[in-house]
Design a protein around this ligand. Structure first.
Ligand SMILES: Cc1cc2nc3c(=O)[nH]c(=O)nc-3n(C[C@H](O)[C@H](O)[C@H](O)COP(=O)(O)OP(=O)(O)OC[C@H]3O[C@@H](n4cnc5c(N)ncnc54)[C@H](O)[C@@H]3O)c2cc1C
Length: 391
């Protein structure tokens, strides 16, 4: 029987990836080592507790895993988008789902400050985000509004010197540890999508409160929380970008976010396939290795083809993104395709028999950990909608 490990065979990834140079690969091996030595040994314990200890953020910052693509002038790694990709991929490869929030912080929050913040915002917050002294969340979703961002109810009204924020957010990644939350709130409610602003909220503010640390079926060590804002005062200079412009900002960030989710899904499928191939070569039933059964061999052949097609498509989207040419529907297709491809992990799990249902086995954790990739960052249905609009 295969021992429960997350190591993958050298066959993965299955294709040459010329966009990554030697320096990227060195960075990749440093990221992988950090995860192997500093995250994985206690990951199961953190899964029981529902979160990763706060000090791991500072360790990750010191090891260069946070904000790798933020310019070094602001304390970041000074790398390119491929460095960001590497952190996403290696977390997926290691099945270190408890630190998925590192990339939410680095790739979904920091870019808003970099692109739409003032010089003062960048100087004040990006170095702390890169070092792990500041943990950040992004809060769009509310109990009654997820896919439909323009239906959010959180609102901020102008008061002397700033804004008064009221509302509730849910499913917020890093919400438990967050020192700062990038909150989407209505500032001109009658204007619908054109009336939403971005407020950079200090979680030490009076009126801010965390609700439950949410009990998920997977990604158990990743903190995901409810947040409440009751008359929270947000100073004028903590508005990010222009008032009422947040919907447009969110749309531009989604190309990057969706591509990164697609990259994560492509790796998740590859490693799950590798573990399964190892397992069916070793596990015996009826006097032969499982792989000697044609049904199993054929199914794995199909999934290998799917994994390779996914890798080729997602990497071509990555190449387009690097050239500034990936469109909103292109990114939606990447996320949609790669997310749907991870359904094959269910078939792979089947070949582990009862072991596949035991959390001790990586395939069991991969099955639940990969699932929200078809929900967040825009659900599979919303991806179809975005793709259909471009027809
Ligand atoms: C683990 C996890 C982490 C998350 N982290 C964050 C975070 O950090 N910040 C944050 O803001 N949010 C976060 N979310 C929330 C996530 O982005 C939302 O759950 C997602 O956008 C869907 O919104 P909803 O849950 O309200 O579902 P709904 O919008 O209510 O949708 C329910 C179902 O209806 C479908 N649907 C909706 N509209 C249409 C339509 N027009 N046509 C066809 N089908 C439709 C959806 O696809 C879905 O299947 C997280 C979620 C999870 C599970």
């Amino acid at each position: 029987m295969t021992s429960p490990s997350t190591s993958s065979s050298p066959a993965s990834p299955p294709m040459p990836r010329p966009m990554f140079d030697a320096e990227h690969e060195l960075y990749r091996s440093n990221v992988a080592r950090f995860l192997r030595e500093r995250i994985l040994p206690s990951h199961a314990e953190w899964e029981r507790e529902g979160l990763v200890p706060r000090d791991k953020w500072r360790e990750a910052g010191a090891a260069g895993l946070l904000c790798p693509g933020i310019p070094d002038a602001y304390g970041g790694g000074g790398g390119d988008f491929l460095h960001s990709t590497i952190v996403v991929e290696e977390i997926a490869r290691a099945l270190a789902s408890g630190v998925t929030g590192f990339t939410t912080h680095s790739e979904n929050v920091a870019p808003y400050l970099l692109e739409f913040g003032t010089e003062a915002h960048k100087q004040a917050f990006l170095p702390g985000m890169a070092s792990g002294d500041i943990v950040a969340s992004i809060a769009m979703t509310e109990p009654d509004a997820g896919s439909d961002l323009k239906a959010i109810r959180s609102s901020a009204v102008r008061v002397d010197g700033g804004w008064r924020l009221n509302g509730q957010k849910t499913f917020i990644t890093n919400g438990w540890h967050a020192d700062r939350v990038l909150v989407f709130a209505k500032t001109t409610p009658q204007a619908g999508a054109r009336g939403i602003s971005l407020l950079w909220v200090d979680t030490q503010s009076a009126g801010f409160r965390r609700g439950r640390l949410l009990d998920k079926i997977g990604q158990l060590a990743q903190d995901t929380a409810e947040l409440f804002f009751d008359d929270v005062f947000v100073p004028e200079d903590m508005l990010i970008g222009q008032p009422d412009a947040a919907f447009g900002y969110a749309m531009s960030g989604l190309i990057r976010e969706r591509l990164l989710i697609a990259m994560r899904c492509a790796v998740a499928l590859e490693v799950a396939l590798d573990w399964t191939i190892d397992h069916v070569k070793q596990r015996r039933a009826f006097g032969k290795a499982l792989i000697e059964n044609q049904h199993i061999r054929f199914k794995l052949a199909e999934i290998k083809t799917l994994a390779c097609a996914t890798r080729a498509f997602v990497d071509s989207c990555l190449t387009q993104y690097l050239a500034g040419a990936l469109t909103i529907d292109g990114a939606a297709m990447a996320k949609f395709w790669a997310g749907e491809a991870t359904r094959a992990i269910d078939d792979l799990m089947q070949f582990f028999g009862g072991y596949g249902y035991m959390r001790e086995y990586p395939i069991a954790r991969a099955y639940v950990d990969v699932r929200p990739n078809r929900i967040y960052g825009g659900s599979a249905e919303i991806m179809r909608e975005v793709i259909a609009r471009g027809l």
